[in-house]
Design a protein around this ligand. Structure first.
Ligand SMILES: [Zn+2]
Length: 66
């Protein structure tokens, strides 16, 4: 999996890659195909899994000193 790849998925209607505005996607759970303007609602469960794969694990560190 390439890290610098633009997040997206193939549009079910026109087959072009739908680029996701990630902030918008997280807020609304929707993405719009910029080619055919098909509006896609992403299943909440699927989007959670998607977010999990995109997000790097949080780095937990103890405080310095003490
Ligand atoms: Zn499309």
């Amino acid at each position: 999996m390439k890290v610098n790849e633009v997040p997206g998925f193939p549009c079910p209607q026109c087959g072009k890659l739908v680029h996701i505005d990630f902030a918008e996607f997280l807020r609304t759970g929707e993405a719009t195909c910029s080619y055919c303007l098909l509006r896609l609602s992403i299943d909440r469960k699927a989007s959670d899994a998607f977010v999990e794969t995109m997000r790097s694990p949080p780095i937990m560190r103890g405080g310095k000193g003490r």
